[in-house]
Design a protein. Structure first.
Length: 159
């Protein structure tokens, strides 16, 4: 049996923060503001996997009021979800992610993101696609106020 989950996340950009996307530090003058490292790529993947595996969502798995999640690497959270999925005898078939950002240009970093994500999930980089697009100047993303990501995950029972 195959199951699909969809995830979405967005965070505002703020000065004085590192920009982490897909576990990769992206050189930029702002970073994403949030309780953890605010990695919208990892957060969207977590929600997609949680939805597909009937694990709730990122907020129920990692409540922001718990101090142990403050400034935590989102790849650590992604690994914890991978462990839960594995215990359920479920395999990740593939993950597709689209990052929505006006700036910075992200194409040079997508392969490294795939490697970091695959390592956290214990799957092959070829099972992950990371793409980036802009909003052509429209909305909060187009004005450079934030970055968003959406993801879809396909999972199936281990044979």
């Amino acid at each position: 049996m195959l199951r699909v989950g969809i995830g979405y996340d967005c965070h505002p950009l703020a000065p004085g923060r590192k920009l982490i996307l897909g576990g990769v530090h992206i050189p930029f003058d702002k970073g994403l503001s949030g309780y953890s490292d605010a990695d919208v790529v990892a957060h969207a993947i977590i929600d997609a996997l949680c939805g597909a595996a009937d694990l709730g969502d990122i907020g129920t798995q990692f409540p922001p009021e718990k101090p142990e999640y403050e400034n935590i690497s989102s790849l650590t959270l992604l690994s914890k979800i991978a462990e839960q999925i594995s215990r359920k005898k479920i395999k990740i078939v593939n993950i597709d992610v689209t990052i929505i950002a006006q700036y910075p240009k992200l194409a040079p970093f997508t392969f490294e993101m795939r490697k970091q994500i695959s390592h956290s999930l214990n799957i092959k980089p070829s099972q992950i696609t990371v793409k980036a697009t802009t909003t052509n100047g429209l909305g909060f993303i187009g004005r450079g106020e934030g970055i968003a990501a959406q993801s879809i995950a396909l999972i199936g029972k281990e044979s």
